[in-house]
Design a protein around this ligand. Structure first.
Ligand code: C2E
Ligand code: CA
Ligand code: CA
Ligand code: CA
Length: 279
């Protein structure tokens, strides 16, 4: 920016003001989005690395905005977190994902555990555990059908609060995953202290498989570490057969990515489940 001189800076400030206006408008709209039925969940399968059968599914939120079209979560989740709306939205996500899974189960489909992403704001909320317990009770599903994905930065604040919160969630019987593993400030010892079940290897490392030796070294190290700690590994963002084969060959347990399926609307995922022979 230095190099580009004054005009760029002036342009940037104007742009920033516009960005703030835009964020305010989005925040206003987001307040109503849920009750107006504009929020939906899409579902992306996770497959067993060897058999390629569906072994789980991740629910990913989408906002169908009346004038802007589809707003990605990267755009509105931060706004939801700053405005406090994430509490309500996050609870809706958990309840909807469980209700959908229960519906599929009632319809006789071979259901798999459903994973939801948990914001740090939800994680820090003292009512989380009770809210989860209630959502599970209402759905009629066993806790083992729910998986919570926490980003590394969320989970890894090494505090007694974090340890106690994770232990409390584990007591419920839900599965805990560390999302985007490798992108945070990892000290590996916490993996043993925190009672997590799974590591999701971040897609930024998966992208480099087959051509970047450093990414390959990171990925194999993470898989071996996870194995020695008895954790399940999931490779995220798998787009090519080369990436799939590398992960499979090196003992990664589960795979997720466009190679197998994009995140799908509920009806399309239902069709996939129905076929039930993997993807
Ligand atoms: P994430 O949890 O790491 O989810 C993976 C993201 O990668 C998703 O983007 C998914 O659509 C995308 N993806 C999956 N496979 C591939 C692939 O093969 N290639 C590429 N390039 N991308 C792939 P999405 O759905 O836009 O979500 C972005 C992020 O938004 C998520 O990252 C998660 O952190 C957050 N998010 C999504 N839904 C929720 C939610 O319900 N609550 C909260 N708190 N955060 C959410
Ligand atoms: Ca995730
Ligand atoms: Ca991720
Ligand atoms: Ca991510």
């Amino acid at each position: 920016a230095k190099r580009e001189g004054r005009n760029t800076v002036r342009f940037f400030s104007l742009n920033l003001q516009e960005q703030i206006q835009d964020a305010l408008a989005l925040t206003r709209d987001l307040r109503w989005a849920q009750e107006r039925g504009q929020l939906v969940l899409h579902y992306q399968p996770k497959v067993n690395a060897v058999t390629q059968r569906i072994v789980g599914v991740e629910a990913l939120i989408r906002w169908q905005h009346p004038t802007r079209g589809l707003v990605p979560p990267s755009r509105f989740i931060p706004i939801a977190e700053e405005s406090g709306l994430i509490q309500e939205i996050g609870t809706w996500v958990i309840r909807r994902a469980l209700a959908q899974t229960a519906e599929w189960q009632a319809a006789g489909l071979p259901v798999v555990p459903v994973a939801v992403n948990l914001s740090v704001v939800q994680f820090r909320h003292p009512g989380l555990r009770d809210s989860l317990a209630e959502a599970l009770r209402d759905s009629g599903l066993p806790a083992a059908m729910l998986e919570l994905e926490l980003t590394e930065s969320v989970a890894m604040e090494d505090s007694t609060f974090t340890i106690a919160t994770i232990a409390g969630l584990k007591q419920l019987g839900v599965t805990l995953s560390i999302d985007d593993f490798g992108t945070g400030y990892s000290s590996l010892s916490y993996l043993k202290r925190f009672a997590v079940d799974k590591l999701k290897i971040d897609q930024s490392f998966v992208r480099g498989l087959h051509h970047d030796p450093q990414d390959e070294a990171i990925v194999t190290t993470v898989i071996n570490l996870a194995r020695s700690l008895g954790l399940t590994t999931v490779g995220e963002g798998v787009e090519t057969t080369e990436q799939r084969d590398f992960l499979r060959r090196n003992g990664c347990d589960e795979l997720q990515g466009y190679l197998f399926s994009r995140p799908l609307p509920a009806e399309a995922f239902e069709t996939l489940l129905r076929s039930s022979v993997g993807v």
